[in-house]
Design a binder for this molecule. Structure first.
Ligand SMILES: Nc1ncnc2c1ncn2[C@@H]1O[C@H](COP(=O)(O)OP(=O)(O)OP(=O)(O)O)[C@@H](O)[C@H]1O
Ligand SMILES: [Mg+2]
Length: 331
């Protein structure tokens, strides 16, 4: 395996606000480290508010107050350059955005300006990167749309004239037309019905294989992860708690939180009632001491309330942050 395309080390990003003289700090991303290889789809899962969007915003250097990066680093090794995302200036980031790195934001259909035709979005985002005269540029765009099973006429449409599924495909076309090395997609299919979702996911897979790009794919939908991703990172309350090959995590989850996530998935022919987790998701302004999952964890001991277990390898490529992981299960 070559050099990883993305190396995230000890990343820490908090929302810091001050109201009526009271400082508040939401610890949305705490000491997250991960690496992503060329040509892989890395899934990021975890319940709502676990910090998924904050983590990828920080990776993409799309940081706005009150979000602040307090520590750690994010380094990309693109095909043609190495970029320390928090060490370069705005201009540098603009140069790599869309060309090397594209970011499909949560609710990203909003990148399409409602009063401008789709054609303008392609010109605004991609024209300067593709470096061809306008007629040739538009030919490249049309060919790309065709690859994504979209008719060239969508270029003349306004966003409201397209269905949700088509808008989402247009967004993916925009994100991939410059053939980026790396694509970040935050819940790109969550708003779609199952049939459209399936076709959009197939398209993402197809284009990823063709371009050889790496993808971080964020969704809380475990069924989507099972079908699409090569590796999976599980977040709980701002921390990465487990990471491994997707198939291994589904077969034998080791962190009690992941075990709960997998056990609560519906299965064919399984009529046993699903059990929810006791307790509420933690407030990240005052996270629990030690392991943030301990108040809800069936395996927790007194040590878990005092200390947070660091991520440690339990098997090659399988890391877990837990002192008392679920026992290994053979297939
Ligand atoms: N602008 C903000 N100011 C203060 N806190 C914020 C802000 N945006 C997000 N948060 C908090 O940061 C934490 C992580 O939120 P984030 O959006 O990253 O979660 P998520 O895992 O993407 O959730 P979802 O699955 O609902 O998209 C939450 O506690 C959230 O309330
Ligand atoms: Mg989110």
């Amino acid at each position: 395996m070559g050099e990883p395309v993305l190396v995230v080390s000890d990343l820490r990003a908090y929302y810091r606000t001050s109201a009526f003289g009271i400082e508040r700090e939401v610890r949305a991303v705490d000491d997250v480290s991960l690496t992503i290889e060329a040509n892989e789809i890395y899934g990021l899962a975890g319940e709502s508010s676990s910090g998924k969007t904050t983590l990828i915003k920080t990776i993409a250097a799309a940081i706005q107050p009150p979000l602040e990066v307090l520590g750690g680093s994010v380094v990309f090794n693109f095909r043609d350059r190495r970029v320390d995302m928090h060490g370069v200036d705005r201009q540098h980031l603009d140069a790599i955005r869309w060309k090397n790195l594209s970011y499909i934001m949560q609710g990203s259909m909003n990148v399409l300006n409602p009063v401008r035709r789709i054609r303008h979005a392609f010109v605004d985002f991609a024209f300067r990167h593709i470096g061809k005269p306008m007629p040739l540029f538009l030919a490249v765009v049309r060919e790309h749309l065709e690859r994504l099973h979209l008719a060239p006429e969508v270029l003349d449409a306004f966003p409201h004239q397209l269905s949700g599924g088509m808008r989402q495909r247009v967004t993916i076309a925009l994100a991939t037309v410059c053939r980026p090395d790396f694509i970040i997609a935050d819940e790109p299919t969550t708003a779609l019905d199952v049939v459209v979702q399936k076709s959009v996911l197939a398209m993402i897979h197809e284009i990823q294989r063709e371009l050889g790009s790496s993808i971080i794919f964020v969704t809380h939908d475990m069924a989507v992860h099972a079908n699409l991703t090569d590796r999976l990172g599980i977040m709980y309350a701002g921390r990465l708690v487990e990471e491994g090959r997707t198939a291994d995590i589904f077969r034998a989850p080791r962190h009690p939180y992941t075990a709960h996530l997998i056990a609560s998935l519906p299965r064919l022919g399984d009529s046993a009632p699903k059990k929810g987790l006791d307790g509420a998701p933690p407030n990240l302004a005052e996270p629990p001491s030690g392991c943030r999952f301990h108040p809800r964890c069936p395996r927790a001991t007194e040590r878990c309330a005092r200390e947070a277990a660091p991520m440690a390898s339990l098997a090659p490529g399988h890391r877990v942050a837990c002192f008392y992981p679920e026992p290994e299960r053979s297939a």
